[in-house]
Write a protein that binds this ligand. Structure first.
Ligand code: OAD
Length: 247
């Protein structure tokens, strides 16, 4: 692949930025081997119907199917390793005075790469909670029943992820929105930017005159509005950005 050249104006702004926010989506984990949702052919939503797998009603209708689908994805996420894109964000966090990483991903790869203080807008597939009251459960007996049940209340268990029609974790969105409004630079990385409220965060930065950067091999609804578009895979663009900004 040809060398990626980062605009020097962007590197200069990043070197002096005090507050930076990075929002990531499924695209940053694509090079770790995890499928995105909306890429034609390879995206999960090209093969599966979200309303049958990722809504509370889907779980009520067919808890076994939903549990098994997430168990399959949990296994894939568990086997995946962070890629150079995740690693570059760890490096960037160490260079910027105030850096906030906000992710829509549930795979835990940012933390595995070494990122601290990650706001997980859509939960984490490695955590499990009760369907009845959303309390986290860490231990249960494997009786063969699918999904398993909470040993204390008998509630069915489900992954601690946000499904369509559900609210985001309390506080997470508010914290991300404040950071987006206050930041000098907002990076939108590997997200199609069509799922709200996450897709609206960049608007906070745009409204306040902050710099906005899109890192994505393809177009998004924000491409024409952002200050810089870096076209290419995050696993190559992010390391180039960090390397050329802090050589
Ligand atoms: P999408 O699948 O909608 O978008 C993935 C984006 O990653 C696309 O814009 C691709 O062009 C881009 N992409 C692909 N390969 C890439 C690479 N190597 N480097 C950088 N970008 C790459 O995924 P999200 O935007 O994360 O929510 O989807 C948002 C939400 O919709 C998900 O969190 C999930 C989904 O339904 C829920 O399940 C609630």
């Amino acid at each position: 692949m040809a060398e990626i050249t980062i605009p020097s104006e962007l590197s200069e702004k990043l070197r002096t930025a005090k507050k930076v926010v990075a929002l990531t989506g499924a695209g940053i984990s694509a090079e770790s081997g995890l499928a995105t949702f909306r890429d034609a052919q390879t995206g999960l939503w090209a093969k599966y119907r979200p309303e049958e797998l990722a809504t509370p009603q889907a779980f009520i209708d067919n808890p076994e199917l939903v549990w098994n689908w997430y168990a399959w994805r949990r296994e894939l996420a568990g086997q995946a390793k962070p890629n150079p894109g995740h690693a570059a964000l760890v490096e960037m966090a160490a260079k910027v005075p105030e850096f906030l990483l906000v992710t829509q991903n549930i795979d835990g790869l940012h933390q595995q790469a070494g990122s601290r203080h990650v706001i997980e807008l859509h939960g984490n597939i490695h955590r499990t909670k009760r369907f009845d009251d959303n309390q986290i459960v860490t231990e249960w007996e494997e009786t063969g029943e699918v999904p398993p049940r909470c040993p204390a209340t008998n509630s069915l268990l489900r992954p601690d992820v946000v499904w369509f029609g559900e609210n985001l974790p309390p506080g997470a969105l508010a914290q991300a929105a404040i950071a987006a409004a206050e930041c000098d630079i907002f990076f939108s990385i590997g997200t199609s930017s069509v799922v709200f409220p996450a897709a609206g965060l960049i608007g906070e930065t745009l409204r306040n005159g902050g710099l906005t950067v899109e890192i994505n091999p393809g177009e998004t609804p924000h491409s024409s509005a952002v200050s810089f578009v870096l076209r290419g895979p995050a696993g190559s663009v992010l390391p180039a950005l960090v390397q050329q900004t802090w050589p």
